[in-house]
Design a protein around this ligand. Structure first.
Ligand SMILES: O=C(O)CCC(=O)C(=O)O
Length: 254
């Protein structure tokens, strides 16, 4: 197999738990994905099939739509939209994933993460696998931007090396949600990943990461694809995360 990454990039990922790649999608593809993204969020505003992570989990559509701050999430765009399903199979992305987790690649899930202009809210510091509880903890995420993303409108922040240890995330007593690990972060060690539209970065499922609020007049549209090697199990039940329409095999070498 030819590696999609240099030995230095591979070593950097394993040492730091993340890797910035930069622009990977061409402009026509970005334009198409933007149109489809906006269409799906417009539909979601009508049918309520989205979450606003800025407020407690609720099905109240008015509360979600009209909350003062907005961190909007659509899970499994690949089940709603053919162009996003196709994106899961994007060869240059899978080539990188293959280099990092091996030749057999299954989808864990995908999600669109939208910070509207002016009132986009933060996603607080967390490790993904604290939510997912997968074993072994070998999943990786591709985080992809459809707009130019800087610290001002919600760039990804990571704590290098934090993937080497799973941390306990406390739960809120009222909502059962996991709580922010922000008070454990040494700000001087944080890396901020600016990306142009069509840019990608990868992170390990234990890498501590955070995105700040968007108070600019520029929206921040992002999409995350979470990949796992087949054979990944739920830590709680021990069950394999089986191949299905929701969790297709994306690449297989047998
Ligand atoms: O897009 C964001 O603001 C947060 C993304 C994130 O937490 C993730 O991809 O795991």
């Amino acid at each position: 197999m030819t590696s999609a990454l240099t030995p230095e990039q591979i070593a950097f990922f394993h040492q730091n738990g993340y890797l910035k790649i930069g622009k990977l999608l061409d402009d026509d593809h970005i334009a198409l994905l933007r149109t489809e993204y906006d269409r799906e969020f417009e539909a979601a505003r009508q049918n309520g099939r989205f979450r606003n992570l800025a407020i407690d989990n609720t099905d109240d559509l008015d509360a979600k739509k009209n909350a003062e701050t907005q961190m909007l999430q659509i899970m499994q765009m690949c089940e709603r939209n053919l162009h996003y399903r196709r994106l899961l199979f994007h060869e240059p992305i899978l080539d990188i994933v293959e280099t990092l987790i091996g030749p057999n690649i299954q989808l864990f899930h995908d999600q669109a993460l939208y910070k509207p202009a002016d009132n986009g809210d933060a996603v607080f510091w967390h490790q993904d696998n604290a939510y997912w509880q997968c074993t072994p903890s070998n999943l990786i995420s591709c985080w992809l931007t459809l707009d130019d993303v800087t610290v001002e409108n919600g760039a990804m922040h990571v704590l290098p090396g934090s993937h080497l240890q799973a941390l306990d995330h406390e739960r809120s007593t009222s909502t059962d949600a996991l709580l922010d690990l922000g008070d454990q972060i040494d700000d001087s060690k944080v890396e901020i990943i600016d990306l142009p539209a069509g840019g990608v970065m990868f992170h390990h499922c234990q890498t501590l990461h955070y995105t700040p609020p968007n108070r600019t007049d520029r929206q921040r549209r992002a999409f995350a694809i979470h990949f796992m090697p087949p054979g990944t199990r739920s830590q709680k039940t021990g069950e394999y995360l089986k191949v299905s329409f929701s969790r297709p095999m994306l690449r297989m070498h047998v």
